[in-house]
Design a protein around this ligand. Structure first.
Ligand code: FMN
Length: 213
């Protein structure tokens, strides 16, 4: 989906990449991520989606940068202006497969990007896992801003085959606020990029101005 918001360096539309970091097929955190994507879609941004569990496992574990699927996934991170990343809480932190992928990004692989982290967990015991485990990694990768994330426990993210996803109203409103914050950050980035393009545009010396009469 296209919209009128563009990159700082060129005329391509701004895009938001959604990264699901769960190794599970029927993933709650991926469904929460999809709910975020649905909300972002209403704002007309281009979106992209990576499921780390679909990446070639051996290449991921062996850090095989020559693997075409893996290097293409890394390229998609590079191409995005914002990243929404979701993970289950595993052993009081985030999923190891997500870390395996983040480890393969360049040192500043999130430089200049806005990031929104999401997590689901079995219990509220590790509510702060986003802040003490994932956020420092995202910051170390150079994220321009890590928007306040959304943490949900399993009972707040329910999936029924006949009616689909049911989010607890509290999670709904926190997700709405988090997405609004991300969108606002992107629009601010766009305004700054436009301003910068204006400053960088070649200036015509006054003496060179010709007026037809
Ligand atoms: C290996 C494993 C470790 C887990 N560790 C924790 C944990 O430390 N704390 C917690 O609250 N939930 C833990 N859980 C529960 C998951 O975080 C929770 O069910 C989550 O919603 C699963 O997300 P997913 O469906 O996207 O994989 C663990 C689950 C598994 C399978």
């Amino acid at each position: 989906m296209k919209c009128g918001l563009h990159n700082q360096n060129d005329e391509r539309p701004m895009s938001i990449l959604f990264i699901s970091g769960s190794p599970t097929e029927q993933s709650r955190s991926a469904r929460l991520l999809d709910a975020a994507r649905e909300r972002v879609g209403k704002h007309g941004f281009a979106t992209d989606w990576i499921q780390v569990r679909d990446l070639p496992a051996q290449a991921l574990l062996h850090a095989d940068f020559k693997d075409p699927v893996l290097s293409e996934a890394i390229g998609r991170v590079e191409a995005a202006q914002a990243v929404v990343v979701s993970s289950p809480v595993y052993k009081a932190a985030y999923a190891g497969v997500l870390k395996a992928f983040l480890d393969l990004l360049p040192q500043t692989g999130l430089a200049g990007k806005l990031v929104l982290p999401l997590a689901t967990a079995g219990s509220p015991a590790h509510t702060l896992a986003l802040d003490y485990a994932l956020r420092p990694v995202l910051a170390a990768l150079g994220a321009r801003d890590v928007v306040a994330g959304v943490f949900a426990v399993d009972t707040q993210v329910q999936w029924w085959p006949d009616t689909g996803l049911h989010l607890d109203p509290n999670i709904e409103s926190r997700l709405d606020a988090a997405v609004a914050s991300l969108i606002e950050g992107l629009r601010r980035a766009e305004r700054e990029a436009l301003h910068q393009r204006h400053l960088d545009a070649p200036k015509v010396p006054f003496g060179a101005v010709r007026v037809s009469t």
